[in-house]
Design a protein around this ligand. Structure first.
Ligand SMILES: [Mn+2]
Length: 280
């Protein structure tokens, strides 16, 4: 049940992570970019970002994480949500349903619990590629809301996704793929491990523990759906800040030529070069 606490010192302050996942990293700032992080008390704790992890998409996870860290001007703590670890820690026990296309289909809703119901934390799928600083996203948080996300309004045409997993159509489709959680909001106390392990997909993915006015809206460019959202020429407000390869990305053979594949492949090559340097 117990995992060692990871203790990290940041700006001379001890930051304890009580997250049961062992793999977590704290990055103070992107020093190489020469950016200076303001000495602001309310921002002294790293922004917690949980990324859904699936062993079939390990490279997608690594590239997503790399793309985020590389551009972040604020300290972020990135934690992969790994189902086997959650099971070992007694936090996840539900059986996998046929409609779950990833291992984090339901475990994602443990985000407020994993963040100790404290502060804001983000959940994001691993099939994202960041093109902008997550500070810009974190700056959008509004304590009036329990959660904030991109409120897509669409019904996908495709009937299969990724490597053949069944595509299901339901209201608020894709809203849960990137969510800013106000973990300290009293309404989010509902999301206990017991509820996450027993409630229906509809209840969780449609945020039925919340009233509509408690769900804040984020510009779509932070969850830019490949195959659905479009860039409008010369309109900067439509340029993606985070690309979501929701149908499957270039790490799958059948999607290696999808829209925006080149951006992901470039990032992957850069990530691999950075890894080589680490080994040297
Ligand atoms: Mn996705």
């Amino acid at each position: 049940m117990s995992a060692p606490n990871s203790v990290v010192f940041l700006n001379g302050e001890e930051v304890k992570s009580r997250n049961p996942n062992r793999q977590s990293d704290v990055f103070e700032m992107n020093v190489s970019n020469g950016k200076v992080y303001p000495n602001n008390v309310s921002h002294s704790k790293p922004f917690k970002i949980f990324i859904g992890y699936d062993p079939r998409e390990d490279l997608a996870y690594e590239v997503c994480r790399y793309s985020m860290l590389k551009r972040s001007s604020i300290p972020v703590e990135i934690v992969p949500i790994k189902q086997p670890e959650l099971r070992q820690n007694g936090l996840y026990w539900r059986e996998r349903g046929k409609l779950e296309s990833t291992e984090f289909s339901f475990s994602r809703f443990l985000t407020p619990y994993l963040a100790n119901y404290d502060g804001w934390a983000m959940f994001v799928d691993c099939d994202f590629l960041y093109l902008a600083d997550v500070k810009e996203l974190r700056d959008l948080v509004d304590d009036n809301y329990a959660i904030m996300c991109v409120q897509h309004d669409y019904a996908p045409k495709e009937t299969t996704k990724m490597d053949g997993a069944v595509q299901t159509v339901y209201p608020r489709k894709n809203w849960s793929s990137m969510v800013l959680y106000n973990c300290g909001h009293p309404k989010n106390r509902v999301l206990t491990p017991e509820i996450v392990n027993s409630e229906s997909g509809a209840f969780l993915h449609r945020f039925q523990w919340l009233d509509d006015h408690e769900i804040g809206s984020i510009p779509f460019v932070w969850n830019f759906l490949v195959g659905h959202n479009k860039v409008v020429e010369n309109n900067r407000s439509t340029f993606p800040k985070a690309i979501h390869y929701t149908l499957g990305g270039p790490w799958f053979e059948s999607w290696k030529n999808c829209e925006f594949a080149d951006l992901w492949v470039n990032e992957m090559e850069e990530y691999e070069k950075a890894m080589e340097k680490k080994v040297d």
